[in-house]
Design a protein around this ligand. Sequence first.
Ligand SMILES: Cc1ncc(COP(=O)(O)O)c(C=O)c1O
Length: 301
Amino acid sequence: MLPQGKFPPKVFINGEIHSFEEARISVFDRGFLFGDGIYEVMMQLENGIFYKKAHLDRLQNNLNKIHIAFNVKEVERNLEPLLRASGLVDKSCLIYMQVTRGIAARKHAYPKEATPSVMMYALPYALPKVNPNKMNAILVPDVRWHRCDIKSVSLLGNIMANEAAMNNGADEAALVRDGVITEGSHTNIFFVKDGTVITHPANEHILNGVTRMIVLQLCQELGIPVLERAVTEDEIEQMDEAFFTGTTTQVAAIAKLGNHVYFHGEQVGTVTLRLQQAFGKLRSKETSGLTFETYINPQTI
Ligand SMILES: Cc1ncc(COP(=O)(O)O)c(C=O)c1O
């Protein structure tokens, strides 16, 4: 018996498409044994896969970082067959992909001859144009490793933080490392002070979200000044607005962070609202071929 929950109709594994009940992977897969793999999540919306190239480029970039020899073109080629088998061609859905180092006898060092394992699925998933949620976030110590820029399938630190948020009746956890806010458990975090948007630099302590990069680009287009610098825990109450970003979170206004209340009811801050609306408008464009030139600004590491 499989546990309850929203499973995808089909799962792609190494070139074959299975029903979700029958999808199997070896217990000796290094993804299972070590969390030795990279994942990616993207959304198919009304105009195709939202920033598909940016997501696939990041997947390739991350695989290169951990020396998994795999070309993401193989993933891209198989998206259409997966969507067709799943009955999700042209439908709103979430696409999950992961590539691990493959199957090998258990040893820490990278095996010489493992073939990467590829798994992906598409799940029906609707997103509103603007995220209506007013987020309530708790602060949680950031106990993760020092390579948070790698989108590793090993997410223990993130899930523990998210679990703490759920247990406290909150929507998200904002992570605190050495007195500064790094990011959310599965989101990036932004602040607004005197009209300037402030977010943690894209270094090894955060995942450089595709949504983060879209928002930074929108700021540039809208003439909103940006500062890439970490905000300290003490500064939370001096900020005017705060919001989370992420592929399924989009741009979500933060009503409360730790003990500080940014707004009550529907009073979303003006800069957050402007960015939410500009972000929503991107959906009327074809964005699948767009990407970002640099994922990490070398000056900010
Ligand atoms: C830790 C972390 N930060 C940020 C993000 C946001 O990234 P993106 O906007 O690419 O979804 C995610 C998304 O999964 C994440 O897990």
